[in-house]
Design a protein around this ligand. Structure first.
Ligand code: HQG
Length: 184
């Protein structure tokens, strides 16, 4: 059985080729970020990353954040979100909950409170549906801090939101007036 370390390694490699640099293994993403499973497996193996369908399925199903998904008949695969490549994921706009959360590092706070939340290298600003998730996201960058995002108000003011298949909320930019710093 594939161990946890291997799953993480494969997951990171899949993030690289399905979100950022498919050209690393000579892959091209199709519309909405999909690629043929067969092609992905072949190109990964050609590149020296030994992987079979059973292992790939195991990684997709055991990924802690459901980062990847197969299509309905299992012939294609994509990353649910997190792309830096300009890709239209085909998610329909959706009314967000009144409040969403963004976890970040304290050291970014000053800059964020000047220019708002920017998407930086990603294709969207990523927002979490709950505080606990936001704290985990923030911890990746340093001492975590959670910002409350007035998503309902933003939406009423005309900002678009999308919800990815793994429950991450996406938007283009969050201006400072919709951000509150959690104090507790
Ligand atoms: C910060 C992970 C200074 C922003 C997570 C964040 C998420 C600013 C960093 C997903 C800024 C970008 C995305 C400004 C934003 N000044 N810093 N004006 N605006 N920032 O990794 O949201 O594991 O690109 O706060 O779970 O941390 O990849 O975005 O700290 O869902 O599947 O710039 O990635 O999922 O960092 O994380 P990131 P993120 P995966």
């Amino acid at each position: 059985m594939t161990n946890k370390k291997t799953v993480t390694q494969i997951s990171k490699f899949l993030s690289l080729v399905l979100r950022h640099k498919p050209e690393t293994i000579g892959l091209e993403l199709e519309a909405n970020g999909w690629v043929a499973v067969e092609t992905l497996l072949r190109k990964m193996n050609d590149f020296g990353k030994q992987i079979d369908l059973a292992t790939l399925t195991h990684v997709v199903e055991n990924n802690n954040k459901t980062r990847f998904a197969f299509n309905e008949d299992g012939t294609r695969i994509r990353a649910n979100q997190g792309h830096s490549l300009k890709i239209d994921l085909g998610y329909a706009t959706k009314d967000p909950p009144e409040t969403l959360f963004h976890g970040t590092a304290q050291r970014f706070l000053e800059s964020i409170m000047e220019s708002g939340l920017e998407k930086r290298s990603r294709h969207h600003v990523h927002l979490s549906p709950d505080r606990a998730t936001a704290i985990q996201v923030g911890k990746r960058h340093g001492k975590p801090i959670v910002l409350t995002v007035l998503a309902g108000e933003m939406h009423r003011d005309g900002h678009e939101f999308f919800e990815s298949d793994n429950g991450v909320w996406l938007t283009d930019h969050v201006p400072v007036r919709y951000l509150h710093i959690e104090t507790k």
